[in-house]
Design a protein around this ligand. Structure first.
Ligand SMILES: Cc1ncc(COP(=O)(O)O)c(C=O)c1O
Length: 396
């Protein structure tokens, strides 16, 4: 019997013995000699392709030099700092590098509380900020994450934007709110993006009532949706910006970015064992350097066109397609079996990401157009077959 490996993929979906041994750009190769087009991309982290030679070279050099120093500074972490800040407006600075997204979110809670001297936090249902207690309490449904001073507001499409803003206004007017956390694209749920007007109004409400706007662009940042950060298209500037995923090419790294108006005090952003780790820093330096040599925004636009052209028609089956750039979500209607459809997609050589009744497509920016077109064909066929089977069984 094969040894257990970690997987949060639905267990009835993976083919027998499916275990990856190698990746090359947008492709994954399994132990049994099969090849898959990868639209999961390390949960959106491997944005410039698996084993990208330029990135691999820098990380190998770092492996030969220095791995970790714990609390004392390294040259490579300083380089990573500079590389990240080159993507930020001069009004903002990188305050700290951590390892995971949830760690950045946890410490952003601390910063918001320390800067404002208040305790209250607002999050929106369904936004993904991570699975630790505070991060989960801010958005992701988790009955165990019961913490005081956290307020949940509905997100699209549960309520109209006007109604949501009314709720936000009422809470902010109490003067007890330290920060409002928002994922600007519902990346682990339905792929919804709030309107520019909604985000602008939320931002000005925060300003009016002395609360900080915290945008979690861990998923959407570094061109995943096209622009460097999605908020560039939403007309707001966050007080705190959270970054991660694509900037590390799969190495565990995240960051908390702060408006320079807020001084950093030691107790706000404490160290942790892997914070600023030299190997992760090398991955950031190499990834962001590589990003600058490419027209990533242009290739992401081409990805968006291919996805829309290939999958928009699935609306006929009641399957909604939402997202932007290289981050897409297919929402299956009740009655369609996610497991059946995803199993069929895998059998035909494509790996996708799944959550609840959603199929996510997170191609690398480096995916060849022919592979993306093929992957979309496979997905469309699987959805049509799944819908036909459901109709025959009378479940839709
Ligand atoms: C927007 C966003 N924020 C935070 C996180 C949490 O990151 P991590 O899983 O590294 O804790 C995720 C994870 O998918 C995410 O998508």
């Amino acid at each position: 019997m094969a040894a257990m490996t970690y997987s949060y993929y639905p267990p009835d979906v993976l083919p027998q013995g499916f275990r990856v041994i190698r990746g090359a750009n947008d492709l994954l190769f399994t132990e049994d000699g099969k090849q898959y087009i990868d639209l999961l991309s390390g949960s959106g982290t491997v944005f410039l392709g698996h084993a990208n030679p330029a990135i691999t070279r820098t990380i190998k050099e770092q492996l030969d030099t220095l791995w970790s120093t714990g609390a004392v500074p390294t040259c490579i972490a300083s380089e990573a700092w500079t590389a990240v800040e080159a993507f930020l407006p001069t009004s903002h600075r990188l305050a700290v590098l951590y390892s995971t997204g949830m760690e950045a979110v946890e410490f952003a809670v601390r910063v918001a509380r320390q800067v404002t001297g208040r305790k209250g936090l607002i999050g929106f249902n369904g936004c993904m900020h991570g699975k630790s207690m505070a991060a989960a309490r801010l958005g992701w449904p988790n009955q165990l994450a019961t913490l005081p001073d956290f307020h949940s507001l509905p997100y699209l499409p549960e309520e109209q934007e006007e109604v949501i803003l009314e709720h936000a206004r009422d809470l902010l007017a109490t003067g007890s709110i330290a920060g409002v956390f928002l994922e600007p694209l519902l990346g682990s749920r339905g792929g919804h993006i709030p309107s520019r007007r909604f985000v602008e109004q939320l931002s000005s409400l925060c300003g009016e009532h002395g609360s900080l706007l915290v945008l979690d662009e861990i998923f959407t940042g570094f061109h995943r949706t096209g622009p460097v950060f999605l908020h560039h298209e939403l007309g707001v500037t966050p007080d705190i910006l959270l970054v991660g995923k694509a900037m590390g090419s799969g190495f565990p790294v995240s960051g908390v970015v702060l408006d320079r108006r807020y001084p950093i005090q030691g107790s706000m952003l404490p160290g942790s064992t892997f914070a600023g780790n030299a190997l992760a820093a090398a991955a950031v330096v190499a990834t962001l350097r590589e990003m600058r040599t490419r027209d990533v925004a242009g290739t992401v636009r081409a990805i968006e066109q291919t996805v829309l052209r290939s999958l928009n028609d699935l609306g006929e089956l009641g399957i909604a397609l939402r997202g932007k750039g290289a981050l897409w979500v297919l929402e299956l209607p009740p009655g369609l079996s996610l497991s059946n459809i995803v199993a069929r997609i895998l059998r035909n050589g494509v790996v996708v990401s799944t959550t609840a009744n959603f199929i996510r497509l997170l191609p690398a920016a480096t995916i060849p157009q022919a592979h993306l077109t093929r992957a979309c064909e496979v997905i469309a066929q699987a959805c049509r077959a799944g819908s036909g089977a459901a109709a025959q069984a009378g479940s839709v």
